[in-house]
Design a protein around this ligand. Structure first.
Ligand code: NAD
Length: 338
């Protein structure tokens, strides 16, 4: 559990007018949806993104309108982070390697792009006197032995992936900058986030596999892996709602939906929605997709709900909604009977 450290008497910068936000990873899947919401409420946004997995087209309308500025830079480059931090009121730190599996092959990616990058962010905030940060953490910090649904105060957290370790380290750095240098932070542990503009993850992978070969769908593991899925607009609306409703020095929230769905069910939904009804679903076997994968995960969301926020989609509805949207985006043509 991450404790609240500073006394209640601590005072924060009150933002009574539109703010200037820095969104690291702003051209990414979740970042671009977050920027849509920030712009809609009147904020000015700087997106720091190296475009390694993000796409400028996701935020192009805001760039054209002048409400968002993109800085092509890397969060592992301290000077780039420092330059982007000038004049910022609040940082939304989302830039990271999004691929949990990558850690099985390249063992310093998450250390550099997660842990050290988060150090760069909080240290640049300290030097530029920026006080507020929201951080995209993950359910994987809880590891595989946590009770389900897992509440925020579960501990000790023992992540089993290198990605999870970097998220936990990021949380620790932020917590320490709150306790030592007076930052105010919101740490969000996300469930699996899915939706339009998705560029990775199980639904995206299944659609691409069926596009390449409509006769079969290979599923990693035995398909019984079961996790909760949250639609991306539910996620970004939840971030902004919780930030408006809470004001502790350190605010820790799970963001997820009410239930879970199995990988087997996701495969069935994607097969249905792509129209590849003859596809043979083949399981590679084993209880997990890859080393470091967590077979069963579900976040407790009572704390999120206690702020007056709830999701619009349950897991299965979010999966079907996402499958339909990504099939359009990826360009599978059902008429071609692929
Ligand atoms: P994404 O890949 O779409 O977004 C990451 C963005 O960061 C991309 O635009 C990428 O170009 C950028 N980026 C990556 N490395 C960078 C670097 N070194 N410097 C600058 N920019 C860099 O992934 P996403 O799913 O939108 O994830 C956003 C955040 O949410 C990540 O921190 C991720 O770990 C976290 N998260 C995502 C999920 C999920 O299910 N999608 C779940 C838990 C946590």
């Amino acid at each position: 559990m991450v404790p609240s450290i500073l006394p209640k008497t601590h005072t924060w910068v009150i933002l009574d007018s539109a703010m200037r936000a820095l969104v690291t990873g702003g051209a990414g899947f979740i970042g671009s949806h977050l920027i849509d919401r920030l712009v809609a409420r009147g904020d000015t946004v700087v997106a720091l993104d190296n475009l390694s997995s993000g796409k400028l087209e996701f935020i192009q309308s805001h760039l054209d309108a002048g409400t968002v500025t993109h800085i092509q830079g890397d969060v592992t480059d301290f000077n780039a982070v420092l330059g982007a931090m000038k004049g910022i009121d609040c940082v939304f730190h989302l830039a990271a390697n999004p691929d949990i599996r990558l850690g099985t092959r390249i063992t310093d990616t998450d250390l550099k792009q997660g842990t050290l990058a988060t150090y760069n962010i909080v240290e640049a905030m300290r030097r530029c006197e920026v006080k507020k940060i929201a951080f995209a953490s993950s359910s994987v910090v809880y590891g595989e032995d946590a009770p389900l649904p897992t509440p925020e105060n579960h501990g000790p957290c023992m992540p089993i992936s290198l990605y999870g370790a970097s998220k936990q380290a990021g949380e620790g750095l932020i917590s320490s900058w709150v306790g030592t240098f007076g930052l105010q932070a919101w740490i969000f542990r996300f469930a699996n986030i899915i939706g339009t503009r998705g560029t990775h993850g199980v639904i995206f992978d299944f659609i691409h596999k069926l596009k390449a070969d409509p006769s079969r769908l290979e599923v990693l593991g035995n398909g019984l892996q079961e996790k909760s899925y949250m639609e991306v607009e539910d996620c970004v609306n939840g971030i902004l709602h919780v930030m408006q409703q809470t004001d502790e020095p350190l605010n820790l929230f799970n963001l997820g939906s009410h239930d879970t769905a199995s990988v087997r069910r996701i495969a069935e939904i994607v097969v249905e929605e792509t129209g590849c009804h003859d596809a043979a679903i083949e399981y590679t076997g084993g209880d997990r997709g890859w080393a470091g994968d967590i077979p069963r995960a579900m976040l407790g969301i009572d704390k999120m709900m206690s702020t007056g926020y709830d999701v619009r989609f349950n897991s299965e509805a979010a999966i079907r909604h996402t499958a339909k949207a990504l099939i359009q985006e990826i360009g599978i043509n059902k008429e071609m009977n692929i």
